[in-house]
Design a protein around this ligand. Structure first.
Ligand code: ATP
Length: 231
């Protein structure tokens, strides 16, 4: 189940958002995309998911193009969170799980175990709009993983979370990797990438300025040179 990007480019008119990006993303690992605002991380994810066509190059997952809307093997936490504020947590997750072909009883078992893990077991009957932003993000995370995807794409999963919740989410990400999930995530912050990823790509103005194994990159460039500021 390897994910390949071969010379991928995205143009918006004459503006190049992603510029000749080639990556061979190893399975069952955590791969980080690091870059400042506008570097092209979200655009890259949308192209991988088949939500947006690339202008040039090829993308394949296990030899085929991903169609996120039809695949039960992919999980996605978008940067712009998309929960229904008026729904209860239970109804929101059951709805999304059913779209992924799950049985209601399995969805509820999974949901209860995630809520327990995220230390909010009594949130199942709360409306989304009653939850804090950080807790909504936990629910959004659960909605991305409820169907146990093989490939999980997390766009800025830690943004807006307090340190305790960042740790909870990080532990969940590592645990999913250990269970065999291939995980891609984006961040502005080197420390998140450094702590979680074996592999990374640093994007700057759509160009991959460096990619590969974290240890090799540090060895070649020195830690100082791979720090990217969200400027
Ligand atoms: P952020 O952390 O701010 O989300 P990012 O690295 O995810 O940044 P992208 O959202 O991929 O960056 O955007 C890359 C560039 O492409 C930006 O300059 C953005 O304005 C531009 N862009 C993205 N989507 C479109 C679009 N639909 N039309 C025109 N330009 C776009």
């Amino acid at each position: 189940m390897s994910l390949m990007l071969d010379d991928v480019t995205k143009q918006f008119g004459s503006f190049t958002a992603v510029d000749h990006l080639s990556l061979d993303i190893p399975e069952k690992q955590i791969f980080g995309f690091l870059g400042a605002n506008g570097a092209g991380k979200t655009t890259t994810f949308r192209m991988i998911l088949g939500l947006m066509d690339q202008s040039g190059g090829k993308i394949s997952w296990n030899g085929e193009r991903i169609d996120y809307s039809k695949s039960d093997e992919i999980g996605y936490l978008p940067e712009e969170r998309g929960l229904y504020p008026k729904l209860k947590v239970r109804d929101q997750i059951v709805y999304l799980g059913k779209l992924r072909g799950m049985k209601k009883s399995d969805i509820l078992t999974e949901l209860e175990s995630w809520l327990e893990r995220f230390k909010v077991p009594d949130y199942i009957d709360k409306k989304i709009e009653e939850l804090s932003k950080g807790n909504q993000q936990k629910i959004q995370f659960i909605s991305a993983v409820i169907h146990k995807p093989k490939l999980l794409i997390l766009d800025e999963p830690f943004s807006g979370l307090d340190p305790v919740n960042v740790e909870l989410l990080k532990e969940a990400v590592v645990d999913l990797k250990e269970k065999g999930t291939t995980i891609l995530f984006s961040s502005h912050r080197m420390e998140h990438v450094e702590e979680l990823c074996e592999y990374l790509c640093i994007l700057q103005h759509g160009k991959p300025i460096v990619h590969g194994g974290l240890r090799d990159i540090k060895r070649s460039f020195g830690k100082k040179n791979v720090t990217v500021h969200a400027d």
